[in-house]
Design a protein around this ligand. Structure first.
Ligand code: NAD
Length: 428
C-alpha cells in the first residue's frame, strides 16, 4: 500500500531531528493532530432535492496561538489531505514566527458544478457545522483551492449571525468592505515573489536570463506569473487543470490572465483573441510542463505532482513550491541526487498566512493599513525568514526543506517545552 499523504508529510520531520534539541514529549505531541472534526452538511439544491456533503476541520496544533488555515473545496478532499495541510500550516506559522498554530478545512465537492446560491448554502452550512470549534481566539479560516473572498465573506457573516456579534477575526481573506486587508488576495504570490528574487540573486540568476514554467494559474500561480514577467523573467509555460501552453519566446501573461478571467480554459485563452498571432506557442499537458528544460519550475496547483515517477525527468535547476506538498519525499531524494534545489512550500507560500495574520491584527485593533504598509511588512518578514532558513541550510549542509523544518521545530519545541516536559516535572 502506498504511504498516506499525512505519513509522507510527517516523515519530513525525521530529517530535522538530528539538528535540534527538542524534548521527546514535545515531539510525541507533534506527531498527532490535536482535533480532527468530520461533519456532514445537508444542502437544499436549486431543483428542490437534498444533497449531503462531507466536510472537515482539523486543528493540528495550537501551542503558539489559535489554529490558522484555509478551507479547500475540491472533489479529492479527504481527512488525510486536510490533516496533512493542517500539519504544514503548523510549521509554516512557526517558520514565519506568527502567533498561530496550524489548522485546515475542506469540503469534498466540485464547486464548478454548483450554482452560486448552492455554493452559498454549502458555505453557510459548513460554518453551522463547525461554529463551536472555530473563533478569532480558537481557529481562524482563510481561502484555499477553489474558495475565494466572496466565500470568506459568507463564512464570516454566518459565524457572526450564529454568535450574535460581528466577528471579522474568525476568517481572513474577506472582502475589503467586510474587514479584509489590503494585499491579501495577492499576498501568497507576493511573498513567493520576494523569496524567489532573494534566493535567485544568491545564484546570480537574473530575471532576463531566467526561464520559468508555472503549473496552476489560479489565485497564486496567475498573480505570481504576472509579477515575475513584469520584472523581466521569461515565463515560457503556464497551465490550469485542463492543460498548458508553451512558448520559448515567453508568454504574454497579462493577456492570458485577462482571458482566464473571462472564463476561457487555458488551452483556448491564448488563441481566443489575437495574441496567438503575436507569439508562437504550442499546447502542452501538465505532465510535459513539469519536465520542460527551464531554469525555474513553480508548481502552484495541487499536492503530489512531482513524484518518484517523474522526478528523474525534471530539468529545472530550481523548484519553488508555491502549492502545498507538490513534491513527495521519494521525489525529494531523486531531485537532491540530481543537484536540483527545492525551496519548500512552508517557506515559499507563507506570504498568504502572513498577510492573514496582518488582517487578523487589523480586525482586532480596528486600525487598517495601506497596501504599501502591508507589502513592506510582508517583504521584511519573508526575506528575514528566507535568510535564516538559507543560513541554517549552509550551517548544517542540509536541504532547504530540512533547514525550514529545523527552524520551525526550534520555535515549536521551545513553545511546547515551555508548557512543561517530563524533565521539568521529574527534576523539579
Ligand atoms: P486556485 O483555486 O485559485 O487555483 C488552482 C489552480 O490550479 C487553477 O488554475 C486550476 O485550474 C489549477 N489546477 C487544478 N487542478 C490541477 C491539475 N490537476 N493540474 C494542474 N493544474 C491544476 O488555488 P490557489 O489559491 O491559487 O492555490 C494553489 C496552491 O497554492 C494550492 O496548493 C494551495 O494550497 C496553495 N496555497 C494557496 C494559498 C492562498 O492564499 N490562496 C496560500 C498558500 C498556499
Amino acid at each position: 500500500m502506498s504511504k498516506s499523504l499525512f505519513a509522507d508529510a510527517s516523515s519530513r520531520l525525521e530529517k530535522a531531528l538530528g539538528y535540534i534539541s527538542i524534548s521527546e514529549d514535545s515531539l510525541k505531541r507533534l506527531k498527532y493532530p490535536k482535533t480532527s472534526l468530520s461533519v456532514s452538511i445537508p444542502v437544499r439544491m436549486d431543483d428542490g432535492s437534498l444533497q449531503v456533503f462531507q466536510g472537515y476541520r482539523v486543528r493540528y496544533d495550537d501551542t503558539r496561538g489559535p489554529g490558522k488555515g484555509g478551507v479547500r473545496y475540491h472533489p479529492n478532499v479527504s481527512l488525510d489531505e486536510v490533516q496533512s495541510l493542517a500539519f504544514w500550516m503548523t510549521f509554516k506559522g512557526a517558520l514565519l514566527n506568527l502567533p498561530f498554530g496550524g489548522a485546515k478545512g475542506g469540503i469534498t465537492v466540485n464547486p464548478k458544478e454548483l450554482s452560486r446560491q448552492e455554493l452559498e448554502r454549502l458555505s453557510r452550512g459548513y460554518i453551522d457545522a463547525i461554529a463551536d470549534f472555530i473563533g478569532p481566539d480558537i481557529d481562524i479560516l482563510a481561502p484555499d483551492v477553489y474558495t475565494n473572498e466572496m466565500i470568506m465573506g459568507w463564512m464570516m457573516d454566518q459565524y457572526s449571525i450564529i454568535k450574535r456579534r460581528i466577528s471579522p477575526g474568525v476568517v481572513t481573506g474577506k472582502p475589503l468592505t467586510m474587514g479584509g486587508s489590503q494585499g491579501r488576495t495577492s499576498a501568497t504570490a507576493m511573498g513567493a515573489f520576494y523569496a524567489i528574487n532573494a534566493i535567485l540573486a544568491k545564484f546570480s540568476q537574473l530575471p532576463p536570463q531566467t526561464t520559468v514554467a508555472i503549473q496552476g494559474f489560479g489565485n497564486v500561480g496567475g498573480i505570481l506569473a504576472e509579477l515575475l514577467a513584469k520584472v523581466g523573467y521569461k515565463v515560457v509555460a503556464v497551465s490550469d487543470s485542463q492543460g498548458g501552453i508553451y512558448s520559448s519566446h515567453g508568454l504574454d501573461i497579462p493577456s492570458i490572465r485577462q482571458y482566464k478571467k473571462e472564463g476561457y480554459p487555458m488551452k483556448a485563452v491564448y488563441c481566443a483573441k489575437s495574441v496567438c498571432n503575436i507569439v508562437e506557442h504550442e499546447t502542452i499537458t501538465n505532465a510535459q510542463l513539469l519536465t520542460l528544460d527551464v531554469d525555474v519550475l513553480i508548481p502552484a496547483a495541487l499536492e503530489n505532482q512531482i513524484t518518484a515517477a517523474n522526478a528523474g525527468d525534471i530539468q529545472a535547476k530550481y523548484i519553488f513550491e508555491v502549492a502545498n506538498g507538490p513534491t513527495t519525499s521519494a521525489a525529494d531524494e531523486i531531485l537532491d541526487q540530481k543537484g536540483i534545489y527545492v525551496f519548500p512550500d512552508i517557506l515559499i507560500n507563507a506570504g498568504g498566512v502572513t498577510v492573514s495574520y496582518f488582517e487578523w491584527v487589523q480586525n482586532r485593533s480596528g486600525l487598517y493599513w495601506t497596501l504599501t504598509e502591508v507589502n513592506e511588512r510582508l517583504k521584511e518578514r519573508m526575506i528575514a525568514e528566507t535568510e535564516q532558513t538559507w543560513n541554517i541550510a549552509q550551517q548544517h549542509s542540509v536541504s532547504l526543506r530540512t533547514a525550514a523544518y529545523i527552524h520551525a521545530l526550534n520555535r515549536l519545541g521551545e513553545a511546547l517545552d515551555a508548557k512543561g516536559t517530563r524533565d521539568y516535572y521529574i527534576k523539579g
